[in-house]
Design a protein around this ligand. Structure first.
Ligand code: ADP
Ligand code: MG
Length: 223
């Protein structure tokens, strides 16, 4: 496989009739295996929309979007659900379930992949150890700091060893020190697992982790 994500002439419109608004125009890009690519651009420029399209969380309207050699345009729901299990998501707000412990939150990501409960437990604990939280695996998200919660979210995104990780402003709610830790961790794990990362950020302090930086403005991409 020469590319993990291939986007051709992708456009996206929100709304209908007089209220309709084009938020992505003629996007073309390619993400290669193991690459860490940053996506920057002002608020409202279409970054999250592009990420959710790539994550099969939103239907492709026009153009072509291929993930792991599978076309998303016109794809059936079942195929999209299956593809989503091969993508790790990290959001600005960690999106962890507070009714579950850190270890259970990570283990949830493995549930769709099968395996025994004890195997899932072992892998979740191993992953939490990797992100430096082995002492905290029994805690609930509300008992953790912002940076720790985001590290749990990273563990959850990467525990199933996805080929692609999509991260939407993962450092936005963190102080600069925790933000740095979080991106270093994403970089380190992505290299180890040879996983492609697309990371949306406003944060000029972390530009150095990227192999490449893309810029989007008013729904149009430039490098
Ligand atoms: P960014 O992540 O770069 O801030 P978004 O992709 O979230 O930008 O939004 C791009 C544009 O699309 C914005 O003008 C936003 O208001 C609009 N938008 C986003 N989601 C929706 C939606 N579900 N319905 C209508 N408009 C939307
Ligand atoms: Mg956004």
């Amino acid at each position: 496989m020469s590319s993990t994500v291939t986007v051709n002439n992708l456009s996206h419109i929100f709304g209908k009739g007089q209220l309709c608004r084009t938020v992505l125009t003629d996007i073309n890009l390619e993400l290669r295996p193991g690459e860490i690519v940053l996506l920057t651009g002002p608020s409202g420029s279409g970054k999250t929309t592009l990420l959710t399209l790539m994550g099969a969380l939103r239907s492709v309207q026009s153009g072509s979007l291929k993930i792991l050699d599978q076309e998303l345009k016109g794809a059936r729901k079942r195929k999209l659900v299956k593809l989503r299990t091969q993508i790790g998501f990290i959001f600005q707000s960690h999106n962890l379930l507070d009714c579950l412990t850190a270890a259970e939150n990570v283990g949830m990501a493995l549930k769709l992949h099968g395996g025994s409960l004890s195997d899932r437990r072992d892998r979740s604990h191993e992953m939490l150890k990797t992100v430096g939280l082995d002492e905290h695996s029994h805690k609930h998200p509300s008992q953790l700091s912002g940076g720790q919660k985001q590290r749990v979210a990273i563990a959850r995104a990467l525990v199933s060893e996805p080929k692609i990780v999509l991260a939407d402003e993962p450092t936005a709610s963190l102080d600069s020190h925790s933000g740095r830790d979080v991106v270093n961790l994403i970089q380190q794990l992505a290299h180890r697992q040879h996983c492609t990362v697309l990371l949306v950020t406003h944060d000029a302090r972390i530009l150095d982790i990227a192999d490449r930086t893309l810029h989007i403005e008013d729904g149009r991409l430039s490098t």
